[in-house]
Structure formats: structure tokens, C-alpha cells
Design a protein around this ligand. Structure first.
Ligand SMILES: NC(=O)c1ccc[n+]([C@@H]2O[C@H](COP(=O)([O-])OP(=O)(O)OC[C@H]3O[C@@H](n4cnc5c(N)ncnc54)[C@H](O)[C@@H]3O)[C@@H](O)[C@H]2O)c1
Length: 254
């Protein structure tokens, strides 16, 4: 992809299924990559896979904690330079019918999936605005476009980050900051596996999802980095405020 070599990227949820593949792709494209995740152990093992290269650094941080996020962003910029590209990828959910959820679960889902990206936007965009340039790709979800049974609050958060992306794309276009959202459909990562492990109901929904996808398979984490790298590259320098599904055709938006 054009223009990625030498850029500094920060990826949240780096130790997860999609995050790991996104980090690998950005390193292959010649970016320096800061890998952030709440799971310090899996982050260490990802860092070990890269070996001792100056091009990557990692920070264990909870994106729902704004002060910790600001400290992490400052540390990253000191270590590998000002951030050119932010990939908001961290996310979490526990499948449950809305009426069966409790306040603790609902707050946790909002803290991670909505407040987390808000914290990241706020901590990173100020520097990009000062430097008059930047790219943000936020991993939302088709749940935020069309809804998803068992994911009411999560869907609301993902719809929220899509609206945030569009609003910030409008506000920050004059600063040459481009923001877009990618919406995976059902993708074979720990998040989906947790759901399937919830019993026979989970397996049934999983099989039904697969049948409903025109390309007749679930997404794989490797399906995501291509569109992320494209949207972060100079090939996408006239694209902002857009939402793109990567779902094997499960959802088709005009
Ligand atoms: N897997 C799917 O079917 C699917 C579908 C649509 C959208 N998504 C979205 O894709 C993104 C990546 O998810 P994935 O499928 O790779 O799941 P995953 O569980 O493999 O990875 C998510 C990562 O986010 C990290 N994380 C969770 N809470 C955090 C916090 N508070 N601070 C920092 N890091 C935190 C986790 O430790 C994990 O490494 C998420 O935003 C998710 O909502 C996933």
C-alpha cells in the first residue's frame, strides 16, 4: 500500500484475534507499531513473536481508563514517534438477552466498547490535529449497523462509534485527519468462540450464521488487515467518514 512505510501506528486490542493480524500487516507494510492491550501476558507473547526489532513497542493498558490511556500514548510517542495512524480495535462482549443483563455487565460493555474508543480518540487526535494529519480506522461491527440478538448494549456502542467516526471525520477534515470504520461480520476469534461455548444454543446460532453468509464461511482474523491497511494508506486519501462491512456479504449496505 502507498505511503505506509515509516508511519507510526497504534493498535488497541493488539493481542486479540484481529489485532494481532493487523499489527503483523502494518509491520510488513513498514510501519512502526505500538501494540496496546489489557492482557499483558498475551501482549508479551505477541511482542516475543516480533523479536527484538525497534519497529514495535507494547504497553499493557485498559482503554476504559482515560488517564492510563494518556500516559500510554505519551509513552508510545516518546518511544517510536508521533502517532500517524490509530487503529481502534479493542472490544469485548458477553452474549446475553438484554432483559437478562445486569447493571455491572451493561456498564462494562459501555466502558470498553464506547468509552474506550472515546478515550483513544481524545488522547490521540489532539496531536494529529497539531501536526495537520492522521488516519483513524475503528473496528466497529455489523451489529452497530443492523443489530444483533444477544448483543443489545454492544450494538448500541458499535453504532455509537460509527456515529463518532462520521462526526469526527466532518470536524477534523480541515486538519487532514481521515476517519473510517470497518464492520466485521461474525469472525472466528476468541470473542465468537466464547459465545459458542455457551452451550447448544450458541452452536445452533453459529451454524445458522454460517448458512446465512453468502460466501458460506465465517470471517477469519486474516480477512480484516487488508482493508485496515488500505484505509490507513495514501491509496485512501479521498475517503473519510465511511463504514465498510467485511462480512462475506451477510450485510449489504447501499
Ligand atoms: N469476532 C467477531 O465476530 C467480531 C465481529 C464484529 C466486530 N468485532 C470487533 O472486532 C474487534 C476485535 O475483536 P476480536 O474478534 O479480535 O476479539 P478478541 O477477543 O480476539 O480481541 C479483542 C482484544 O481486545 C482486548 N481488550 C478487551 N478489553 C480491553 C480493554 N479494556 N483495554 C484494552 N484492550 C482490551 C482483549 O484483551 C483482546 O486482546 C473488537 O472491537 C470486536 O468488537 C468482532
Amino acid at each position: 500500500m502507498k505511503g505506509l512505510k515509516g508511519k507510526v501506528a497504534l493498535v488497541t486490542g493488539a493481542a486479540g484475534g484481529m489485532g494481532r493480524q493487523i499489527c503483523k500487516r502494518l509491520v510488513e507494510e513498514g510501519c512502526s507499531v505500538a501494540m496496546l492491550d489489557i492482557d499483558a501476558k498475551r501482549l508479551e507473547s505477541l511482542a516475543a513473536e516480533f523479536g527484538k526489532i525497534d519497529q514495535v513497542c507494547h504497553v499493557a493498558v485498559d482503554i476504559s481508563d482515560y488517564d492510563a490511556v494518556c500516559r500510554a500514548v505519551a509513552g508510545v510517542e516518546k518511544a517510536i514517534g508521533p502517532i500517524d495512524i490509530l487503529i481502534n480495535n479493542a472490544g469485548w462482549d458477553k452474549f446475553s438477552n438484554f432483559l437478562d443483563t445486569d447493571e455491572v455487565l451493561r456498564q462494562k460493555v459501555v466502558s470498553i466498547n464506547l468509552n474506550g474508543p472515546i478515550n483513544m480518540f481524545h488522547a490521540v487526535l489532539a496531536g494529529m490535529a497539531q501536526r495537520d494529519g492522521g488516519r483513524v480506522v475503528t473496528i466497529a461491527s455489523d451489529a452497530g449497523r443492523v443489530g444483533s440478538s444477544g448483543q443489545a448494549v454492544y450494538s448500541a456502542c458499535k453504532g455509537g462509534v460509527i456515529a463518532l467516526t462520521k462526526t469526527l471525520a466532518r470536524e477534523l477534515a480541515r486538519r487532514n485527519i481521515l476517519l473510517n470504520a470497518v464492520c466485521p461480520g461474525p469472525t472466528d476469534t476468541a470473542m465468537l468462540q466464547d459465545f459458542m461455548n455457551q452451550g447448544p444454543g450458541g452452536q445452533k446460532v453459529h451454524d445458522a450464521m454460517k448458512r446465512a453468509i453468502p460466501l458460506k464461511r465465517l470471517g477469519q482474523p486474516e480477512d480484516i488487515p487488508g482493508i485496515v491497511a488500505f484505509l490507513a494508506s495514501d491509496d485512501a486519501s479521498f475517503i473519510t467518514g465511511q463504514v465498510i462491512s467485511v462480512s462475506g456479504g451477510l450485510t449489504m449496505h447501499g
